[in-house]
Design a protein around this ligand. Structure first.
Ligand SMILES: Cc1cc2nc3c(=O)[nH]c(=O)nc-3n(C[C@H](O)[C@H](O)[C@H](O)COP(=O)(O)O)c2cc1C
Length: 178
């Protein structure tokens, strides 16, 4: 399968990057083709809500979304990876999702599968409630099929994440993708 992984952390060696790395390692071992887009290290602009894409079919911004979009459209599986920021996804990842607006009709109902990988310092039963609700709502709106959510609470830094069971769980999610 073709898998597009979109990460949203500004830490190249952070906790969510570790989950992304492990997921990708497993997926590649199983023969899947992976494209990784690290939003924090790309040139991206937020949606202006200008509606120009509705009339011209193109976003007014010419930036790294042009690299991502072909991989997004052709993906069988889209993996969203983010640290928890104030109970939601990071702005870096949200900016990418807002930019889906210009290609909404291509993405909607395209029977893609999707996965959420997230990390946070806290580990309460409600820590990820808002993020997961948002993710599930976006996926339902797009008509995609959620096939997995990995919510790594208690992973406030790389050492904590490495000591947890979440990296191996991320690896297994990638390895066992069908
Ligand atoms: C701006 C900001 C907001 C955060 N908000 C939360 C939060 O709401 N709940 C939480 O448990 N951790 C929160 N954290 C901690 C991060 O989610 C946590 O450190 C995570 O492991 C960082 O992931 P990364 O290493 O992939 O960047 C926040 C961190 C930052 C910088």
């Amino acid at each position: 399968m073709k898998i597009t992984v979109i990460t949203g952390s500004p830490h190249r060696k952070g906790t969510s990057a570790l989950l992304a790395d492990e997921f990708i390692r497993g997926a590649k071992e199983s023969g899947h083709k992976v494209f990784r887009f690290d939003a924090a290290f790309e040139t991206l602009h937020p949606c202006l809500g200008c509606g120009r894409c509705g009339s011209t079919g193109r976003c007014v911004h010419q930036d790294s979304m042009e690299t991502l979009l072909p991989h997004l459209k052709e993906a069988d599986v889209v993996v969203f990876v983010t640290p928890l920021y104030y109970f939601g996804m990071s702005a870096q990842l949200k900016m990418v999702i807002d930019r889906f607006y210009a290609v909404n009709s291509d993405l909607m109902g395209s029977s893609k599968k999707s996965i959420l990988l997230a990390t946070a310092y806290d580990d309460q039963d409600w820590t990820f409630k808002a993020l997961e609700g948002h993710y599930q709502t976006v996926v339902a709106y797009l008509g995609w099929n959620n096939i997995g959510v990995l919510l790594a609470g208690g992973c406030g830094d790389r050492r904590a994440a490495q000591a947890s069971s979440y990296p191996i769980k991320a690896y297994e999610m990638g390895k066992n993708l069908v």
